[in-house]
Design a protein. Structure first.
Ligand code: GLN
Length: 489
């Protein structure tokens, strides 16, 4: 029997046709079958997951219901889940076992969801392709010669290959949206602060958010409904208005909805085949009653530079704690304390992490801080003001997620500047803390093979309009089947 598409798992569970335990068994069957090829999982926890599924089945039997009750989930390997290994995709944390739960993991467990595995990722969430993991690259299930996108590569591929209905990723500059677009998964960057970052290993604290990923906007909303809420352990956390409407999610009526198309995002840089798919989506939304309005976001051109200056600065500060003394890996030979720290960091961190630590230390150095870091903060304000002006005229914005489909493995990993440009359409919203979503928009034919390659579209909303944004995406997904198409594995 072929197991039903993961969008149906919830209904099967609710009808009693499948138990939580059946779903968990299915997840592990898929991991065993496909993960040797895809490498989406760093560690998995069969015994623990089965025990948790039994508890959830018991709760369901006792009449308990809930948005995530009984559903298996994969966690990006930068979330602390007590008793599980957390590597952050780095050699420096190999063997580190968490001794506490991230707030969002606690919330999932309380809601009866079952964490089954820790998912592969670019080291410390730095990367756009899933190739910068110390545990090897995660491959794209649509074409294993291509990247899956990063940094939440494993979380996204776990959904795309149907190991799970949903997963937790993190998004700092695009890390759920880009792989979502490359692998045909719905992936959200919520408004900054609406879920706690406590226990999510910091990359760039003013940009990091917990990113729910799933097989549809409906499932993303169900997952988000269990994650949100202010948390005393994260001083930047805030409550989300209308969060009770996240589950079960209703579709938005698109009549009279105004969607802005920022002209700076629709330039010649987009591949013609990707542009065609995006245009088809625009027509589809117009057909549903939305009107498209040309908009300008004049400071868009500074987004990448601004993002990378702020990001590397915060990275260099956050990664200072990995010194071989408190966590994980330690060099085997050293002559002094300083030597131990230096050697551990040299041996433990990969190229990209070291590059950012050095660049960040440079940007924050007293002689340069005005010229780089403070200037980037000013530019961040201008980018945010662009969005505020735009949202006086429109309800949402629509842009590409990426100028191209998933690129071939190895084609950008040697050139950091080229890799950074992959974030050209995702960095600005991150800087402004806005909710945005990558949803499947259709496919283009691979030039070299028979493979169909997914194209995502990005929808952006004003801060704290997360529910409305998901309602828009849900309405759109009720009218098409792009998100239901599966890769042939
Ligand atoms: N690709 C971006 C970077 O490398 C985004 C990373 C992320 O969102 N975690 O910084």
């Amino acid at each position: 029997m072929t197991f039903p598409h993961s969008t149906q798992w919830r209904a099967l569970l609710q009808k009693g046709d499948m138990s939580s335990r059946d779903l968990v068994e299915e997840s592990f069957k898929k991991i065993k079958q496909y993960d040797p090829k895809l490498n989406a999982i760093i560690s998995h926890y069969y015994e623990e997951s089965i025990a948790l599924s039994r508890k959830s089945d018991e709760r369901i039997k006792n009449g308990e219901r809930g948005a995530m009750m009984g559903l298996p989930i994969a966690l990006k390997d930068n979330f602390n889940w007590s008793g599980s290994q957390m590597t952050c995709g780095s050699k420096i944390l190999k063997g580190y076992v968490s001794n506490y739960n991230a707030t969002v993991v606690d919330k999932l467990l309380r809601a009866g969801s079952i964490p089954i595995a820790k998912a592969n990722m670019d080291e410390f969430a730095m990367g756009s392709s899933g190739e910068f993991s110390a545990y090897g690259p995660t491959l794209n299930p649509w074409d294993t010669q291509r990247v899956s996108g990063g940094s939440s590569s494993g979380s996204i591929v776990s959904v795309a290959a149907q190991y799970v209905v949903s997963s937790l990723g993190s998004d700092t500059g695009g890390s759920v949206r880009l792989p979502g677009s490359f692998c045909n998964v719905t992936a959200m960057r919520p408004t900054y602060g609406i879920s706690s970052r406590y226990g999510l290993t910091s990359m760039a604290s003013s940009l990091d958010v917990v990113g729910p990923c799933a097989s549809s906007a409906f499932e993303v909303a169900a997952l988000l409904s269990t994650l949100v809420g202010q948390d005393a352990k994260d001083s930047t956390s805030i409550d989300l208005p209308r969060c009770e409407s996240l589950y079960p999610l209703n579709p938005l009526n698109l009549k009279g909805v105004r969607i802005g198309l920022p002209m700076e995002y629709f330039t010649d840089g987009i591949d013609a085949s990707v542009r065609k798919v995006i245009d088809a989506n625009i027509s589809e939304l117009e057909g549903m009653g939305a009107s498209m309005i040309p908009i300008s976001l004049p400071h868009t051109a500074y987004a990448i530079d601004t993002y990378y200056l702020i990001c590397v600065s915060e990275v260099s500060s956050n990664l200072a704690r990995f010194d071989g003394i408190r966590f994980g890996y330690r060099t085997s030979q050293s002559s002094s304390l300083i030597d131990l720290i230096a050697k551990t960091r040299d041996e433990g961190f990969g190229e990209e992490a070291k590059r950012r630590i050095l660049l960040g230390a440079f940007c924050l150095n007293q002689g340069h801080v005005d010229e780089y870091y403070y200037r980037a903060l000013k530019s961040r304000n201008l980018i945010t003001q662009d969005f505020q002006e735009a949202f006086k005229k429109v309800d949402f914005l629509l842009t590409p997620v990426s100028p191209s489909v998933a690129f071939p493995l190895g084609s950008k990993s040697k050139d950091p500047a080229e890799m950074y440009l992959s974030d050209v359409y995702s960095a600005a919203t991150s800087l402004s803390g806005l909710p945005c979503l990558s949803i499947p928009g259709g496919f283009v034919q691979s030039p070299e093979s028979k493979a169909k390659l997914p194209v995502g579209i990005q929808l952006i909303a004003p801060a704290l309009s997360d529910v409305k944004l998901l309602e828009l995406a849900h309405a759109f997904q009720l009218s098409n089947t792009h998100h239901l198409t599966q890769p042939v594995l």
